[in-house]
Ligand binder design. Structure first.
Ligand SMILES: *[C@@H]1O[C@H](CO)[C@@H](O)[C@H](O)[C@H]1NC(C)=O
Ligand SMILES: [Zn+2]
Length: 422
């Protein structure tokens, strides 16, 4: 009896200790809401890392304010007479409380995914990186040789960056389509939807009849693991190129117009890194995209992000028109119109630079500017700001369903076939 009590007491101490560390990287960080029209000078604040914009969308101005920047940000907004509302005053507390509540409410068994059996990506929960790896290993066996999974490189901390290849059914000269997901780790819905798409492509052979589809479901595994343990709002990788602050924004690190709309401050959430392609993750992604492009038929690139419900095409670095803009806009509308049919979700189709601020060094501009890929997009998934990065897991399936329909419609439009919704 005494031993049992001692033991449960020890376990309790361990459990409390773990809870105290959970999301501790966000201690004192806040979420603010800014007015819908803020002075242009605030763009500098965003870029210099005092504020971390949570969305591309123009009408929603929720920002994450790191604890180190609180005083400065408050002072600068006050000087400019900008009113703001504090939505969350301690993010660590916020996420810890949420986890406690979730444990109380959510006792239903989740779909199972273990090392020995993970036949489908979870649709009722966000997956850990380890669970993603279980699933990828399993489909590599179950659907071989149509589906194969290989590592295209390692992250800073030595995790694999996996790429799934779903082969075209028969047409040897099928066009190639490439999806990059999870380069910003806090956008959990992106890898969740991409893995769902992998599982659908694996079984719906007709969709890929004329296409080889390549999907990197988790482009930034270190950052993703970090969002699970320490800082749910982490956006960068875990490299320490900048010395005093950790991480490079991998979506500012690509070598096309490097540095035009990014920060050279290592503490900024949009830190571009010391040089283009300074990070092993962007090097791996660049090399695989280059080889797909050199094979001669890379037709469509989609970088999947959240949130904002937008389908953005280049350029991000300038408001000038990119090549193939009419075609990209038209195909984008096909995506948006078809996706809308499923759950009435509105995806806005526009160029990246007409979003909140200029951004350079992103996957999409590089694919357009260097590889010359015809159809290039950044897809911002649900929602428009209510839940933001903390999109409820109940939205994994509906988001997947609409994106799946939109994606199929794009593929069929590229092959020139008329699309009918089944
Ligand atoms: C996928 O299967 C191939 C062939 O069996 C194997 O060589 C490779 O290591 C597997 N990849 C993964 C990620 O398990
Ligand atoms: Zn993003």
């Amino acid at each position: 009896m005494a031993v049992t009590q001692l033991l449960s007491c020890a376990l309790l101490v361990i459990a409390v200790g773990a809870a105290a560390g959970f999301q501790e990287g966000l201690r004192g960080h806040q979420i603010w809401e800014l007015p819908s029209s803020i002075p242009a000078a605030l763009e500098d604040l965003l870029r210099d890392g005092l504020l971390d914009s949570l969305s591309h969308s123009k009408s929603h101005r929720k920002v994450h304010v790191p604890v180190e920047g609180l005083d400065n940000a408050r002072r600068i907004l006050k000087e400019r007479d900008v009113e703001f509302k504090v939505l969350v005053d301690d993010l660590a507390e916020h996420f810890q409380g949420e986890r406690r509540r979730r444990r109380e409410v959510d006792t239903r068994a989740a779909e199972s995914c273990t090392e020995n059996s993970c036949p489908a990506p979870l649709s009722n929960a966000y997956m850990t990186f380890t669970q993603m790896e279980y699933y990828l290993r399993e489909i590599n066996t179950t659907y071989a040789p149509r589906v194969s999974v290989k590592s295209i490189g390692k992250s800073v901390e030595g995790r694999d960056i996996w790429m799934v290849h779903v082969r075209s059914g028969g047409c040897a000269q099928g066009k190639s389509v490439y999806l990059e997901c999870g380069i910003h780790p806090r956008e959990w819905i992106a890898p969740a939807v991409c893995l769902q798409i992998v599982s659908r492509l694996a079984v719906h052979c007709s969709v890929t009849r004329a296409f080889n589809v390549y999907i990197v479901p988790m482009a930034n595994p270190d950052g993703y693991v970090y969002t699970w343990t320490t800082n749910r709002l982490w956006r960068k990788n875990r490299g320490n190129a900048g010395g005093q602050c950790v991480g490079v924004d991998l979506n500012r690190n690509w070598g096309f117009k490097f540095g035009v709309g990014a920060s050279s401050n290592p503490c900024s959430e949009v830190y571009m890194g010391p040089s283009a392609f300074s990070e092993p993750e962007t090097q791996a992604l660049r090399d695989v995209m280059t080889s797909l492009s050199e094979a001669g038929n890379l037709e469509l690139v989609i970088a999947v992000h959240s949130y904002g419900q937008m389908l953005l095409y280049p350029w991000g670095w300038t408001t000038e028109e990119a090549p193939d803009t009419p075609e990209m806009a038209a195909l984008g509308e096909i995506f948006a119109n078809t996706a809308h049919l499923r759950h009435n979700t509105v995806y806005t189709v526009t160029s990246s630079s007409s979003g909140l601020y200029f951004a350079s060094g992103a996957t999409d501009d590089w694919a357009k500017g260097v590889l010359n890929t015809k159809f290039v997009y950044t897809l911002e998934l649900r929602d428009t700001g209510e839940f933001g990065f903390k999109l409820e897991k109940s939205q994994i399936l509906p988001t997947t369903q609409e994106v799946w329909e939109g994606f199929k419609a794009m593929l069929l439009a590229i092959t020139g076939q008329k699309y009918t919704l089944l």
